[in-house]
Design a protein around this ligand. Structure first.
Ligand code: GUN
Length: 376
C-alpha cells in the first residue's frame, strides 16, 4: 500500500491524499460505506458502483466469521470474489462488534470468549486467529484486534485495557509476519489507538501505535457516547502524534458534522452505520440539514427528495412519495433513503477534498457545519 499526501489546508489540519493498493486508489478524505455481512444493506452493486461510487467499502470480521464462515470465503477465493467487488475492502477486526453484539463475553489476556448473537454458540477471538481470519477474508486493509472501551470508562480500566490492546498488537504483528497473504494481492495492516477520553492515555497509545511503523493508523474507542467536544479533543491529541505520511482512520464516526470537524483535525478515513441505518429509519441527511421523512409535514410535499440531485433517486422520487413508502413499510423506501444518504456522505467527503486542494476548506467547513446542523 502506498499513501501520497497531496495537500494540507492552510486554515486547519485537513489533508487531501491518495492511497494506492492492489485493488486501486482511494482518494482521501474518504467515507467507507459499511457492508457488514458482505452487503451494503439494501444497495445493489450497480448503484453502489455507479451512483455512490466509493473507492472502498467495509466488512466485519465478527459477522463474516459467524456467517457465511471463513471456510466458505476461502472456497470463494476471498470476499472480493464472493460479493463481486473489485475495488478496495477494509475489514474491522471484531474488536468492537464482540463487545457491542455478542450476548456474553469474557476478556482475558489470551483473547475474548464470546457467545454468538445468532445462535448462542461459543467462540474465542485471539489476536492470532483474528489475523488468520482476516487473511482468509482477504480485505486490502485489515485491522488489529483491540478492546474498544465503553464510555464512561474509569481511568484504571482504560489504562489496563490500553496496555492489553498494545500487547495484542504485538501478537498481531508477530502472527502476520508468519502468515503469507492468502491471495495474489497484498494486505495492509492498521493498528488502533485506544485510551478512552484520557489525554495522557491517548498520548501514550498514539506514541506506541506510531512506533510500530504500520502502513496506516486508526483511532478507536470514540463515538461511543461521549460528547462531540471530547471526541474532537481526543482526535486532536492523537493526530498531533501519529505520523503525517500515513493515513489516519477514525473508526465508527459519525454524523456529517462530526466528519467535517474530524477532517479539520487531520483524519483521512471514516466509516459509520449512520447513513445506512438511519436511512432505514427514515432519516435523510442533506446539505441543508436532516429530514425525518416519516413526519406528517412531508405528506403533501411533492418536491424532489433533494434538489441537489447527487444520486438519481433524489429527483426521481418526491418527499411525499417517500413518506408514503415509509408509512406503508415498503422496502423500496428504505432502499431509496439508503442510496440518498450514502450518495450524500460520499459527496460531502469529495467536496471536502476539493476544498482542501483549493485551500479554502476551513471557511467552507464552517459554513457547511452551520447548515447541516438543522432539522428540516
Ligand atoms: N469501530 C468503532 N470503534 C472501534 C474500535 O475502537 N475498535 C474497533 N476494532 N472497531 C471500532
Amino acid at each position: 500500500m502506498n499513501f501520497e499526501l497531496l495537500a494540507t489546508d492552510p486554515g486547519s489540519k485537513a489533508r487531501a491524499g491518495k492511497i494506492t493498493t492492489d485493488h486501486g486508489t482511494i482518494e482521501t478524505p474518504i467515507f467507507m460505506p459499511v457492508g457488514t455481512v458482505g452487503s451494503v444493506k439494501g444497495v445493489h452493486q450497480r448503484e453502489l458502483k455507479e451512483e455512490i461510487n466509493p473507492d472502498v467499502i467495509l466488512g466485519n470480521t465478527y459477522h463474516l466469521y459467524l456467517r457465511p464462515q471463513t471456510e466458505i470465503l476461502k472456497k470463494a477465493g476471498g470476499l472480493h470474489k464472493f460479493i463481486n467487488w473489485d475495488r478496495n475492502i477494509l475489514t474491522d477486526s471484531g474488536g468492537y462488534q464482540v463487545y457491542s453484539l455478542s450476548e456474553r463475553r469474557k476478556i482475558k489476556e489470551e483473547g475474548v470468549k464470546f457467545k454468538s448473537h445468532i445462535d448462542g454458540s461459543y467462540h474465542t477471538f485471539t489476536p492470532e486467529n483474528v489475523m488468520e481470519i482476516q487473511r482468509t477474508i482477504g480485505a486490502d486493509i485489515i485491522m488489529a484486534f483491540d478492546e474498544c472501551t465503553p464510555y464512561p470508562c474509569d481511568y484504571r480500566y482504560a489504562k489496563r485495557s490500553m496496555h492489553m490492546t498494545h500487547r495484542w498488537l504485538d501478537r498481531c504483528i508477530t502472527h502476520l509476519e508468519k502468515t503469507p497473504f492468502a491471495y495474489d494481492y497484498s494486505q495492509a495492516f492498521f493498528p488502533i489507538v485506544q485510551g478512552s477520553t484520557y489525554k495522557d492515555l491517548r498520548q501514550q497509545s498514539a506514541e506506541y501505535i506510531a512506533s510500530v511503523g504500520a502502513e496506516g493508523n486508526a483511532i478507536g474507542g470514540l463515538s461511543v457516547g461521549e460528547p462531540a467536544e471530547e471526541m474532537y479533543a481526543m482526535t486532536e491529541v492523537v493526530t498531533a502524534i501519529l505520523p503525517e505520511d500515513k493515513p489516519r482512520y477514525l473508526m465508527g464516526v459519525g454524523t456529517p458534522v462530526n466528519i467535517l470537524e474530524n477532517i479539520a483535525l487531520g483524519i483521512d478515513m471514516f466509516d459509520c452505520v449512520m447513513p445506512t441505518r438511519n436511512a432505514r429509519n427514515g432519516m435523510l441527511f442533506t446539505a441543508h440539514g436532516t429530514i425525518n421523512i416519516k413526519n406528517k409535514k412531508w405528506e403533501d410535499d411533492f418536491s424532489a427528495i433533494d434538489d441537489m440531485a447527487i444520486t438519481w433517486v433524489d429527483t426521481e422520487y418526491s418527499k411525499a412519495y417517500l413518506k408514503h413508502l415509509f408509512s406503508v413499510n415498503e422496502m423500496l423506501g428504505k432502499q431509496i433513503a439508503t442510496i440518498h444518504n450514502l450518495g450524500f456522505y460520499l459527496w460531502l467527503v469529495r467536496e471536502a477534498r476539493k476544498h482542501i486542494l483549493a485551500g479554502d476548506f476551513y471557511t467552507w467547513k464552517n459554513k457547511m457545519v452551520a447548515q447541516m446542523d438543522k432539522r428540516l
